[in-house]
Design a protein around this ligand. Structure first.
Ligand SMILES: [Zn+2]
Length: 684
């Protein structure tokens, strides 16, 4: 049925395209719809203006209407030749409907400004069940080369009936200018037109995500696919009845030759009804279908991981083999050799002193134990004495980021990115690498050198889109069986572009148990939980420690396994088994943040709900009271559930209503302690 419907729609849109050459006498309308959301666009016959009309939540009927006099359009850019926006007369060149991956549908609208200086290809994409529309825009200058000075990738304006509004954003990980660790930030949006800003991208302060809701809990959410620095602003001007979202790519000065395409970063807008967990859930499920790199390993992902950083750079094949044997016994699925396997950064061959039998032999040994083999790689840093820098001292970026004594390379410079790609392909092939742990300091470099292939004043766009993004996308295209983990000393590039290239991301680095829970807590609002990857430092294990790292994406042990007691190894093994027992429910479920952000002196709790089953991790971090009442969310009130615990031997039968209202008492034994609570429906 669906197929037939689509075929018919394509035929209709082809007919429409054929009849378009003549001057339109009627408004041309598009309804981008999937039953959950409808986005209405229009090319007005009288004014030739192309605009959004409205976004409609098909479930609640909430309608976000664009003001009729708005200059805001999906096409908003400034070049050295002028500005194109909602006031620019447009000519329709083509309109097509096509099927895309994951059952999605793309409406492609091709327009030219009436002076025929540019051609714009706007893609509007929806997927069944997901109340969000993804938008991307390609711009081609037709007559002459231009410099793109501004490209608003999130131009939205609505009549603001329904305010006042609250907004929600989440920090990413940063140390400078001030330390941040995924703090969720809820704010009232001033009706006096005062802008709130999200500063996103590599090295910025916030995740590339924003949500808004009104008093009736009707809301919108946005995410954007850009790894460079960008600022997204939202403001509510009640006097003028305007709710406006706009964006700015930092330092954009991108030269584009005539006939060449310029890609405006893609973004999405979605509708929701409920709280911030609901906004996050809608975002996450959409992102998994529409954007995120497919998870490897099916039900086995996120992996239980071992990483060699507990030894810092003091690794060799003897130590690693012994750890690999114990890791395999503990149930570890991915074995990662961290920084220190090469003689120095930039010389990407194994250190023969550390690996006299060769790194490939270690990879094969790891594979023979049934684990995947992962390798640390630093694409855009090199040691001052490395061969690459001795040969090409001009490849460094004008700013260096001091990653373990290295100097930074500029991947905005074409020979650099081509060399990095060649090196990583060589590593993957030589060492049979399944997993690249990509590290470094600030993946999008600043570079204003005049002797590089990028424009000197276009560092941000060149070093992200043409730089690191290009390298990873090309490596993945050429070696599709090797997946990438994003780690730049912590979750400092938390964007939806990152989701496209990587299967997971670190949230924070070396933050300890509390810091790990804080990072996971915030990151699991905007991003699917598998993107909250946590590194557990080498420390004495107990339930408080292991369960601080258990909820989210890959769980990375940095323990020196041969130095652990047999009891501790057995405990690690049973905790890994416990992690595997509910990781798919965390990966695919709706995440509920049951407490305030984790902190010392309180109890924190986070829950997943998948297939009617709930699992919650509840952690006492030195709270005075040894008892805590856990109230679950999202259950079926009338359903009976069997409630069990990781440690507590009680088995309870409670209704959904009881679990959500009365709650389950948790008894902690230790001052720092954690319990896991399972609620599974009783089937008569
Ligand atoms: Zn450069």
């Amino acid at each position: 049925m669906e197929q037939m419907f689509l075929a018919k729609s394509i035929a209709l849109s082809l007919m429409a395209a054929l009849s378009m050459s003549a001057q339109e006498t009627k408004d041309r309308r598009w309804a981008i719809s999937n039953g959950s959301i409808t986005a209405n666009y229009r090319l007005a016959a009288s004014t030739q203006r192309f605009r959004l009309d409205s976004i409609v939540d098909a479930v609640t009927g909430a309608r976000w209407a664009a003001p009729t006099d708005s200059a805001v359009s999906p096409i908003n850019l400034t070049t050295d030749a002028g500005t194109i926006d909602g006031r620019t007369p447009m000519i329709l060149r083509a309109s097509r409907l096509e099927s895309i991956a994951q059952g999605g549908t793309r409406t492609q609208i091709v327009l030219r400004d009436s002076a025929e200086q540019f051609e714009f290809t706007l893609d509007l994409e929806v997927w069944p069940q997901h109340p969000a529309v993804r938008q991307s825009l390609q711009v081609v200058p037709l007559a002459q080369a231009v410099v793109i000075r501004a490209a608003d990738f999130m131009p939205w304006q609505f009549s603001a009936a329904g305010g006042p509004y609250r907004t929600f954003q989440v920090n990413q990980w940063a140390i400078i200018p001030q330390p941040v660790n995924f703090e969720p930030i809820e704010m009232k949006l001033s009706p006096a037109g005062v802008a709130q800003t999200v500063s996103s991208g590599s090295g910025a302060t916030q995740c590339a995500w924003l949500a808004l809701r009104d008093r009736q809990d009707r809301g919108l959410f946005w995410g954007w696919e850009f790894d460079g620095r960008a600022e997204v602003s939202i403001r509510h001007d009640a006097r003028r009845d305007r709710l406006t979202v706009s964006s700015e790519i930092t330092g954009l000065n991108h030269p584009v030759a005539a006939g060449e395409p310029f890609e405006v970063p893609a973004s999405f807008i979605g509708v929701f009804h409920g709280d911030w967990d609901e906004a996050g859930y809608r975002t996450q499920r959409f992102a998994e279908t529409a954007i995120a790199a497919a998870a490897p390993g099916g039900v086995r992902f996120p992996y239980a991981v071992w990483d060699s950083w507990g030894y810092q750079k003091e690794i060799d094949e003897v130590v690693l083999r012994r750890n690999a044997e114990l890791a395999a016994q503990a149930g570890i699925e991915l074995f990662v050799v961290d920084l220190g396997w090469a003689p120095q950064m930039g010389d990407w061959v194994e250190d023969p002193k550390k690996f006299p039998s060769g790194l490939k032999a270690l990879a094969r040994y790891v594979h023979s134990l049934g684990m995947k083999f992962g390798l640390h790689f630093v694409p855009t840093e090199a040691a001052p004495a490395s061969a690459v820098l001795r040969e090409h001292p001009d490849w460094v970026s004008s700013e260096t980021y001091h990653y373990h004594g290295a100097v930074s390379l500029c991947p905005g410079h074409k020979p650099v990115r081509e060399w990095v790609l060649k090196e990583v392909l060589k590593i993957i092939d030589n060492y049979e690498v399944d997993w690249i742990l990509q590290d470094g300091q600030t993946l999008v470099k600043f570079c204003n050198r005049k002797d590089h292939t990028h424009a000197a004043d276009d560092s941000n766009y060149s070093n992200s889109v043409d730089g690191i993004d290009w390298i990873v996308a090309e490596a993945r295209r050429l070696r599709p069986n090797t997946v990438w983990e994003n780690c730049a000393n912590g979750g400092s590039m938390m964007t939806f572009k990152m989701l496209r290239n990587y299967v997971t991301s670190i949230t924070n680095d070396a933050s300890g148990s509390l810091g790990a829970r804080q990072g996971m807590f915030g990151a699991t609002f905007p991003f699917p939980p598998r993107y909250a990857d946590r590194y557990m430092p080498d420390s004495k294990l107990n339930a408080y420690v292991t369960r601080s790292f258990m909820f989210g994406g890959p769980w990375v042990f940095m323990n020196r396994l041969p130095e652990m007691s047999d009891d501790d190894l057995r405990f690690a093994q049973s905790e890994v088994a416990r992690f595997k027992g509910f990781r798919d429910e965390v990966r695919d479920g709706k995440i509920f943040h049951l407490s305030a952000r984790p902190n010392e002196g309180v109890v924190d709790a986070v829950q997943t709900l998948e297939g009617g089953e709930a699992v919650a991790v509840v952690t006492r971090d030195q709270a005075t009271a040894p008892r805590f009442v856990l109230r679950l969310r999202g259950l079926d009130e009338a359903q009976l559930y069997t409630v069990t615990f990781a440690d507590d031997p009680r088995v309870l039968t409670m209704s959904g209503q009881q679990l959500m209202e009365q709650g389950v008492p948790i008894n902690f034994e230790e001052f720092r302690d954690a319990e896991i609570v399972y609620a599974r429906p009783v089937h008569p």
